[in-house]
Ligand binder design. Structure first.
Ligand SMILES: Nc1ncnc2c1ncn2[C@@H]1O[C@H](COP(=O)(O)OP(=O)(O)OP(=O)(O)O)[C@@H](O)[C@H]1O
Ligand SMILES: [Mg+2]
Length: 408
């Protein structure tokens, strides 16, 4: 009887979990995109300049896991769309060729602006080139049925279909830019997880962006990736440092993190005490994924507005559990036993998650550097660690060292 009353009281006076506004999850649109005005404003200038035929650099967003790269990429995409641009997006995967997903993204972008083109036959001509480009994919080798790009015009041979991705991509993107120019808009292609592209594809993108900016062509590539993406690009082409506008996406500062929590709650007429915000910042450390996770758990733990520091403490274990499973654990499980051992050694060395020397990791494991490099390379390929500077290695996942020290 008593238990029945307790549960019932909780249900009546507690905060409504259905109205919980927070959104932890990969690529989940946050209820409030906090602290990214600088990047959004800079991108508006890029769009405006390209629209006016001014030369512009393509844009690269880099940062650790969970800082909000995908969410920002999507936001930039809708900014481009709002200006009438044609847009397309792809997510790079290790061991997957760029050719097909890029063809699909470009197809979508061109279709969006084709209706405004005064000469439909020119659009069809471009689509024919695009089809020929897509059909040069080598991914079908050995398969009985050929994949079809879903473009319903005949392939036009002779352009962008040499089979050399660098030559073909340069030709294809210049042709696409001409379609956009004729409509008086631009095209933006968004590439998430860009560090996962293979060397030939990376080098093709650099060459194409180089050519596009020299021609002041209205087509830009907007990439997002881990902190070593600039190193991947410059290993491919030395001029890449000048080719792209890099934006480091970092954790939110105190006022942005507060805003990410306060604004959505405000719309539900719920407030936080100052002490609650202090505690939340201390726990989430400004990392957007953590802000959402602790925000969500705190809301569910709170009984009334204003939300207090005690509510944060009551909710915290639920947030930590969700992070352990959804953010840390899912990644840890991808590692082999040797890779886990490597990461544990890193965690023991990295006091505050900062990068450590690879030689120190080998030393900690009591092994020769060469014998541990397969584990290190495997982890880089899986996106769990990165090397932004030669000879050092860091976790791509914030607080991962702390998490590993807690797992036995
Ligand atoms: N500016 C922001 N303000 C508030 N919350 C944000 C912000 N950016 C992202 N988030 C939240 O953070 C979480 C992670 O975002 P997102 O998936 O975009 O990160 P990411 O950098 O792409 O991570 P990964 O490297 O794992 O792909 C999501 O729950 C999202 O709602
Ligand atoms: Mg992402």
């Amino acid at each position: 009887m008593v238990r029945y009353f307790a549960a019932d009281t909780l249900r009546c006076s507690g905060m409504d979990p259905v109205r919980n506004p927070y959104a932890p999850g990969a690529g989940q649109r946050p209820p409030e995109l906090a602290g990214r005005d600088k990047q959004l404003d800079a991108f508006d200038i890029v769009l405006e300049r390209v629209a006016r035929g001014r030369p512009e650099r393509s844009v690269m967003l880099t940062g650790l896991r969970g800082v909000g790269k995908t969410v920002l990429l999507n936001q930039l995409r809708s900014a481009a769309r709002q200006r009438g641009w044609g847009t397309g997006k792809l997510e790079a995967r290790p061991d997957q060729e760029l050719r097909r997903p890029l063809a699909s993204a470009l197809h979508m972008a061109v279709r969006a602006i084709a209706v405004a083109h005064r000469h439909p036959e020119m659009v069809d001509d471009f689509l024919g080139i695009l089809k020929a480009f897509a059909l040069r994919s080598t991914a079908d080798k050995g398969m009985r049925e050929r994949w079809q790009p879903g473009i319903d015009v005949p392939a036009v041979t002779g352009r962008a279909d040499s089979g050399d991705i660098e030559i073909d991509l340069v030709e294809l993107l210049l042709e696409a830019a001409e379609v956009a120019r004729a409509v008086g808009v631009g095209i933006a292609i968004f590439i998430d997880e860009m560090q996962d592209l293979g060397p030939a594809d990376i080098s093709a993108i650099c060459a194409a962006c180089h050519e596009l900016s020299q021609e002041a062509a209205p087509l830009i590539v907007v990439g997002a990736g881990l902190p070593h993406l600039p190193a991947v690009l410059s290993a491919s082409k030395s001029y890449s440092e000048r080719l792209f506008g890099y934006h480091r996406i970092d954790r939110l500062d105190r006022s942005a993190a507060d805003h990410a929590l306060i604004a959505p709650a405000g719309r539900e007429e719920v407030k936080f005490t100052d002490a609650a915000l202090d505690t939340l910042y201390q726990k989430a450390d400004g990392y957007p994924y953590f802000v959402q996770a602790y925000g969500k758990a705190t809301w569910d733990a709170a009984t009334d507005s204003p939300i207090t520091a005690e509510d944060v403490e009551v909710g915290a274990p639920a947030a930590e559990e969700e992070l352990a499973v959804g953010f840390f654990g899912s990644r840890y499980e991808r590692a082999t036993p040797a890779e886990r051992e490597y990461m544990r050694a890193m965690a023991d060395l990295a006091g505050d998650d900062g990068p450590v020397a690879t030689s120190a990791v080998a030393n900690e494991l009591g092994r020769k550097p060469a014998s541990v490099s397969p584990a290190r390379d495997g982890l880089i390929k899986k996106g769990l660690i990165y090397s932004a500077e030669r000879g050092t290695i860091g976790f791509t996942v914030p607080h991962f060292g702390r998490y590993l020290r807690g797992v036995q």
